[in-house]
Design a protein around this ligand. Structure first.
Ligand code: NAP
Ligand code: ZN
Ligand code: ZN
Length: 357
């Protein structure tokens, strides 16, 4: 047993104290490293649009925002301490943390490794509590995290880890539906919204061998789309282009963060086409039944991914050399990054350098 196992870890993060999302340094403690825990010295934390939705209380009342809030669920860092019973990690290993840090461990979803659907509600990495439903959780815009090794991911060592952090949410959130709906060679795939999730969707679908089209509102992103691996680019604000593309896709991954017309995107699917919604606009969107029944279409949703599939995704990305395209910022630029992300001016994920913060 290591002596340090009994002492809480003093750390520093960047928190907002209300929905104006102004960030300031915030001193707090992580729990002492227990027998099954690891301590991670965080190096990079991605900025997901879900951080913005929650920091700015845009998902209330469905998801209440509690303050002080330290967001961040795309975390990568180095293991600096391991508990006495830890088997998966050693000091010095690279580890990742995604959107949840614990779950009930007993229900069917937990047993089959889709802990994000835990019937009791998994413990989110921030803006949540531990499974005791009392202890608040603080996220990755911080120097350290203490987590049960079962909920941490193994990351292969590489010189630059900044592009790995976004895999922990943007990567798995796009990988999981692509796998579930058997995207691969011969499939015509559309990715709607070329932001953090969208650019990972393009890279992953292309790596899986699909023919990929980006559906975007931003003409300036066309060149990037090709560089990311897309074969075609369609501007959704162009009615003629939308008409010409009607019925042409087998699968559409909708990563759009703002309110948009689902019916117009469903119209792009061919026979038996599937549209999976992963973006979470802040308001409900009307759906016309005709959009689904003509063409025998499926409209589905997907929430991140479980621990086994997240590990599979990280291994797939290591094998195919897939990382996120990132713009690295210092913590004093979080608000600017939020504003630029909301304006779709992100290429293609902001990542906070926590190593030097
Ligand atoms: P992001 O980087 O801001 O990307 C969103 C993209 O959507 C933008 O870059 C833009 O792409 C497009 N867009 C924005 N406003 C639009 C509008 N009014 N109409 C059409 N397109 C618009 O956000 P993100 O981090 O990828 O997250 C995307 C969404 O997924 C968020 O709502 C987030 O909360 C959610 N999310 C869900 C899960 C899950 O498990 N289901 C996980 C993570 C995140 P173009 O410039 O190409 O048009
Ligand atoms: Zn996220
Ligand atoms: Zn459970």
């Amino acid at each position: 047993m290591q002596a340090a196992e009994s002492k809480p870890i003093a750390t520093r993060g960047f928190a907002t104290h209300d929905k104006n999302a102004k960030f300031a340094p915030f001193e707090f403690e992580r729990r002492a490293v227990g027998p099954h825990d690891i301590l991670i010295d965080i190096e990079y934390a991605g900025i997901c649009h879900s951080d913005i939705h929650q920091a700015r209380a845009e998902w209330e009342p469905m998801v209440p925002s509690t303050y002080p809030m330290v967001p961040g669920h795309e975390i990568v860092g180095r293991v600096s301490q391991v508990g006495s019973e830890v088997t998966k990690f050693s000091e010095g290993d690279i580890a990742g943390i995604g959107c949840f840090i614990d779950s009930c461990r007993e229900c069917t979803p937990c047993e089959i490794g889709v802990e994000q659907y835990c019937v009791k509600g998994s413990a989110q990495t921030y803006n949540s509590t531990e499974m005791d439903r009392k202890t608040p959780t603080y996220g990755g815009y911080s120097k350290h995290y203490v987590i049960d090794e079962k909920y941490a991911l193994k990351v292969q060592s590489r010189d630059d880890l900044s592009g790995v952090a976004p895999l922990l949410c943007a990567g798995i959130t796009t990988y999981s539906p692509l796998r579930r709906w058997n995207v691969g060679p011969g499939k015509k795939v559309a990715v709607a919204g070329l932001g953090g999730l969208g650019h990972m969707g393009v890279k992953l679908a292309a790596a899986m061998g699909a023919e990929v089209t980006v559906l975007s509102t931003s003409p300036s992103k066309e060149k990037d789309a090709t560089a990311l691996g897309a074969h075609h680019f369609l501007i959704t604000k162009d009615p003629d282009a939308m008409k010409a593309a009607a019925g042409s896709f087998d699968f559409l991954l909708d990563t759009i963060s703002a309110v948009h017309d689902y019916n117009a995107y469903l119209n792009l699917l061919g026979l038996n086409g599937v549209m999976v919604v992963v973006g979470v606009p802040t308001e409900a969107i009307p759906l016309n039944a005709f959009s689904l029944i003509g063409g025998n279409k499926v409209l589905a949703g997907s929430l991140i991914g479980g621990i086994p599939e997240t590990q599979e995704m990280l291994d797939f990305c290591a094998e195919h050399n897939v990382v996120s395209d990132v713009e690295i910022i210092t913590p004093d630029r979080i608000e600017e990054a939020y504003d630029r992300t909301v304006k779709s001016d992100v290429r293609y994920r902001f990542v906070i350098d926590m190593k030097n913060a």
